[in-house]
Design a binder for this molecule. Structure first.
Ligand SMILES: Cc1ncc(COP(=O)(O)O)c(C=O)c1O
Length: 367
C-alpha cells in the first residue's frame, strides 16, 4: 500500500537524534544539543513586526508566482550581494523555505530513469527527491584532499541533474568562484542541470562566499536561497529559486498543484528581511562568538577541525559521539551524512553562547 521508496527509507537522521535528546532530558541530564541545524537565534524584531503588520483580516490563497515586491527584493539582494542582474519576473520564484523546492526539482526536470548526482556527505534531501522522482542516484565522495569538492570526472554519462552545496553542510567547506565556471563548462559539455543549494552563503567568517549565479554562463544553474539560516527564520518557511526562465516557468506551473507558496504575510516579512543586512551582521557576530569559545576547546583536546570555514557547522576528527552523549553533549556522527563522513562528527553551533561556554568547560574536564 505504501510507496516502496518511503517504506525502504531509513528514519530521517534527525528524528533519531531528537529521540536521543528526549531520552537524555527525561533521565534528567542537562543537555547541550549540537545535533540538528535549527538556529536558536532570535528572529530580528523588525522582521517579526513586519509579519504582524502584514497580517490581514482574511488571508486568501497565495499565488505560486509570489508577491512582486518579494521577487523584486530577492532580485535587488542578489544584485547587491553578488553583483548579478536577475529578472524578478522571469528568473525568480518564491518558495516555502528551500527544502520542498530542492526535493521537487528532480520531478520538475523529468529525471525518471536518468541519473541525479550529488556529493556526499550531504544534506539528505537531494537523494530523497531523486528517488521519489524515479531517478537513479550517483553519489560522488567529497574528499578532504579535494577540498570537499566533487571530482567532475567521476560523473555518470547519464547524469541530468547534479547537486552542489557551498558553503557545504556538513563540512563547512567553501567552493572558489572558479569552481562554478568549471561546473558550467561540464554541464554544457554533458548536457545536465546544476542545482546549487546556497542555504549557507550568508554564514561566513572570512570573505563572503560566491554564488553559482556569478559564473560567466549560468544558463544551466538553478539556485536555491533561503532566509532560514541568514535571518534565523526556519519556522517562517521562506526562500526563493533563481534560475533559467524555462525552469522558473516550469516551477510556476508545477507549484500550484503542490500548494507550496509561502503565506503573503510571511512574504511581506521576507521583503523586510532581504532588504536588511544589519541583522545578518549581528547573526554572524553571534556565531563567531560561539566559534571563538568552541574552537579552542575542541583543539585543546587534540581533536582536529577540518574545513569549517563557513556555515554554522564545525567538522571535527577525533570525538566519540557516544562518549560525548554520556556527558550531555549531542553531536551528529559524520556517517549520518553519508559513508565519506565516517571518522568525523558535526557540531551545529545552535546552542546559546552560554551553553557553548558550558560545553567548552565539559570538554575541558573530560578524562
Ligand atoms: C544544506 C541545506 N540546504 C537546505 C536546507 C533547507 O532549509 P530551509 O528549507 O529551511 O530553507 C538546509 C536545512 O538545514 C540545509 O542544511
Amino acid at each position: 500500500m505504501i510507496n516502496p521508496v518511503l517504506s525502504e527509507m531509513a528514519v530521517y537522521p534527525f528524528t533519531r537524534l531528537e529521540e536521543e535528546r528526549r531520552r537524555l532530558v527525561a533521565a534528567g541530564v542537562d543537555v547541550v544539543d549540537f545535533g540538528k541545524g535549527d538556529p536558536n537565534e532570535p528572529t530580528d524584531p523588525m522582521i517579526r513586526q513586519a509579519l504582524v503588520d502584514a497580517l490581514p483580516e482574511r488571508a486568501p490563497y497565495p499565488l505560486a508566482q509570489g508577491l512582486p515586491e518579494l521577487r523584486e527584493a530577492a532580485s535587488a539582494w542578489l544584485e547587491r550581494r553578488f553583483g548579478v542582474a536577475v529578472d524578478p519576473d522571469r528568473e525568480i520564484v518564491p518558495t516555502y523555505g528551500s527544502k520542498e523546492a530542492i526535493f521537487s526539482l528532480a520531478q520538475v526536470l523529468g529525471t525518471e530513469g536518468r541519473v541525479v548526482a550529488f556529493g556526499e556527505p550531504a544534506y539528505p534531501v537531494y537523494e530523497r527527491g531523486a528517488l521519489f522522482a524515479g531517478a537513479r542516484v550517483q553519489t560522488l565522495p567529497l574528499r578532504r584532499e579535494n577540498g570537499f569538492l566533487p571530482d567532475l570526472g567521476e560523473l555518470d554519462a547519464d547524469v541530468v541533474l547534479l547537486w552542489v552545496n557551498y558553503p557545504h553542510n556538513p563540512t563547512g567547506a567553501l567552493a572558489p568562484r572558479a569552481f562554478y565556471d568549471e561546473l558550467a563548462e561540464a554541464a554544457e559539455r554533458h548536457d545536465f542541470v546544476v542545482g546549487s543549494d546556497e542555504a549557507y552563503t550568508e554564514l561566513w567568517f572570512g570573505e563572503p562566499p560566491p554564488s553559482a549565479l556569478q559564473a560567466a554562463d549560468r544558463s544551466r544553474f538553478v539556485v536555491f536561497q533561503t532566509l532560514s539560516k541568514r535571518s534565523s527564520m526556519t519556522g517562517y518557511r521562506s526562500g526563493f529559486v533563481a534560475g533559467p526562465p524555462e525552469v522558473v516557468a516550469a516551477l510556476k506551473s508545477y507549484r500550484p498543484t503542490v500548494g507550496t507558496a509561502p503565506q503573503e504575510f510571511v512574504q511581506r516579512a521576507s521583503v523586510a528581511a532581504w532588504n536588511d543586512e544589519r541583522h545578518v551582521d549581528e547573526t554572524r557576530a553571534r556565531y563567531r562568538a560561539k566559534r571563538d569559545v568552541l574552537i579552542p576547546a575542541i583543539e585543546a583536546r587534540g581533536w582536529e577541525i577540518v574545513a569549517s570555514e563557513a556555515t554554522m557547522y564545525l567538522w571535527v576528527v577525533g570525538p566519540d559521539p557516544e562518549a560525548l552523549l554520556e556527558h550531555g553533549i549531542i553531536v551528529s556522527p559524520g556517517e549520518m551524512f553519508g559513508p565519506s563522513g565516517q571518522g568525523y562528527v558535526r557540531f551545529a553551533l545552535v546552542p546559546t553562547l552560554e551553553e557553548c561556554e558550558r560545553a567548552a568547560e565539559i570538554l575541558g574536564e573530560l578524562p
